[in-house]
Ligand binder design. Structure first.
Ligand code: ADP
Ligand code: MG
Length: 556
């Protein structure tokens, strides 16, 4: 065996370590996530190598991560039975910066410094890997034994420019895998406390695919703190509805059951798993302007961020996660969010959520309408925000109408029930569907059996004026212009107007025009009324009555 050696860190590592130790980095907790994720990676690597060489795992095939605490000595160790490292591998992995993520990180730090910006702030946005141990430890020992070998190596450093590497006795090393021991700084001794470690593991690594046990003190019994089963990685057929519901409650912070669960594994150009839920009820902050389409983002079961903007604003009620196999780990969250891979995932996932909603609408109309009841007003924002998906969204939209009797109608149903010569989809927009239903504007439409959409959400006036129509039929406000009703036959045979009536109407119109003068653009006899004498109508082009009111209210 080779003797002990002292070696200098590569220049970039020394720089990184210096930054790490001297940063006023608030979230030191991440070191644990980094070490656990390395331990889990090592287990996953072994799992893979053992496919070809089963002797590597031998009698102990179950992967496990152990966190050992020694409060008295201020030690915390992360032990895995994964692939382990040879001496050369340790020199490579723990003395240089091999991964592109760290390089990019260093470059950003340098750039920030050159611009005299707060470089250290950046650290918080990065997964910083093994070297983050030096944020909480003034010495780190790594003992490792590569699977299938009978050599163990001890790596040790105080993070101040050099490290030592030496052969280790086999009895000081795990039978296979790696032990990383942190000698905690005085102000970081909290990390040797059971509660602290449990809290961090639960928050950051609860879904790591390897079980984690905690050994509270030397000689204590190991207690499992994470079971290593990432729900979304399990086959759909094996997951019970209660398990989905439990998971939904923890990920969405809701107390009810999900109205829709979407669990899909995408393979092809992007490989990812989507587990998403539509809540069973409306979250309180649904209309907060700051509420965005947030999902948890995992890369190979390691949590990157729980605020990834995966879904557009109009799907902000959807809760869940994406686990990507393709995104790079350990680059900044910003870099991940800007990655073209994520852009492609975003697009695919948005389409998928909409198509699952459509599927539900087809298979269980009542369940779908319940979702529409809670979130329709939000989904409709997409009608003017996402032109690419406007048709899909119009297909999903449900409406109160004069014919729906309190229920919901789709545009497809509306168009299927259109009247002879009817060329438009008519709507009436206002504050409340029940009041709209009593509007005199509807009389002429009722008399002809024409269904009218009753739009009572504030967003309605915005999308409906820009939407091009549905199934070739434009949207038209019943308060607007000369209602082109003459072509559409009345349901009951009309009474012929006598010459006296026609003359009386003409006289009346003349009188009203004279009286109102400049206040109105025109006064006309109209087909739109049957029982009421008069109603106000907006011009054919420009805002309809409802939008006019909203704009007037906004002082414009
Ligand atoms: P990353 O995990 O992104 O590669 P890290 O700084 O976290 O970067 O780790 C650097 C390298 O050290 C890893 O790629 C791996 O080769 C090695 N390593 C760290 N911890 C372990 C471990 N517990 N078992 C085996 N190898 C490890
Ligand atoms: Mg790592």
């Amino acid at each position: 065996a080779r003797a002990e050696e002292s070696r200098a860190f590569e220049a970039d590592v020394a720089k990184l370590l210096h930054l790490m130790v001297h940063s006023v980095y608030s979230d030191k907790d991440v070191f644990l996530r980094e070490l656990i994720s390395n331990a889990a990676d090592a287990c996953e690597k072994l799992r893979y190598e053992a496919i070809a060489r089963p002797e590597l795992t031998g009698e102990d095939p179950k992967p496990q991560i152990r966190i050992e605490l020694d409060k008295d000595k201020g030690l915390v160790s992360i032990v895995d039975n994964g692939i382990g490292m040879s001496r050369d591998e340790m020199v490579d992995a723990l003395g240089t910066i091999a991964r592109s993520g760290t390089k990019a990180f260093m470059e950003q730090i340098e750039a920030a410094r050159a611009a005299e910006a707060e470089g250290t702030q950046l650290i918080g946005q990065f997964g910083v890997g093994f070297y983050s141990s030096f944020m909480v430890a003034d010495r780190v020992d790594v003992v490792s034994r590569r699977a299938g070998t009978d050599e163990a190596t001890l790596w040790s450093s105080d993070g101040k420019g050099t490290y030592s590497i030496a052969p280790a006795a086999l009895e000081d090393a795990p039978a296979r895998g790696t032990r990383v021991t942190l000698h905690l700084m005085d102000d970081a001794r909290d990390y040797a406390e059971r509660f602290t470690v449990q809290r961090i593991v639960k928050a950051q690594s609860g879904h790591v695919p390897v079980p984690i046990v905690l050994v509270e003190a030397p000689g204590a019994e190991p207690a499992e703190i994470a079971d290593g089963a990432a729900l979304w990685t399990r086959p759909k057929a094996e997951i019970k509805p209660e398990e989905y519901a439990d998971f939904y409650r923890s990920v969405a912070g809701q107390f009810d059951d999900p109205a829709l669960t979407i669990h899909v594994r995408a393979e092809g150009r992007q490989e990812y798993t989507l587990l998403a839920f539509v809540p069973g009820s409306r979250p309180l902050d649904l209309f907060e302007p700051a509420r965005k389409g947030r999902m948890k983002l995992y890369v190979r079961r390691v949590l990157i961020t729980d605020e990834a903007e995966i879904l557009p604003g109009y799907l902000r009620f959807v809760r869940g996660l994406i686990d990507s196999a393709d995104l790079p780990l350990n680059v900044s969250r910003e870099m991940i969010q800007e990655s073209p891979i994520l852009a492609a995932i975003r697009k695919a996932v948005t389409g998928r959520v909409l198509s699952e909603l459509e599927k539900l609408a087809g298979s269980d109309a009542a369940a779908y309408e319940k979702i529409w009841d809670s979130f329709g007003a939000v989904l409709k924002e997409g009608l003017y925000e996402d032109f690419e998906r406007r048709d899909a969204l119009l297909g999903l939209a449900r409406f109160k109408t004069t014919a729906a009797k309190g229920g919901w109608r789709s545009l497809k149903d509306y168009v299927a029930g259109h009247r002879e010569n009817q060329t438009a989809i008519y709507y009436l927009a206002g504050e409340d569907a029940a009041r709209l239903d009593a509007s005199p504007h509807l009389e002429g439409f009722r008399a002809r059996g024409i269904e009218v959409l009753l739009l009572s959400d504030p967003v309605d006036s915005f999308w409906v004026t820009s939407a091009l129509g549905f199934d070739g039929k434009p949207f038209k406000s019943v308060t607007q212009g000369a209602a082109d009703l003459a072509e559409i036959p009345l349901v009951d045979k009309p009474a012929e107007a006598s010459p006296e009536t026609t003359a009386a109407v003409a006289g009346f119109i003349g009188f009203v025009k004279q009286t109102l003068g400049e206040a109105v653009a025109d006064v006309r006899a109209s087909e739109r009324l049957t029982d009421s004498a008069v109603c106000l109508v907006a011009p054919d082009h420009g805002p309809d009555r409802r939008l006019e009111k909203i704009l007037a209210g906004a002082g414009r």
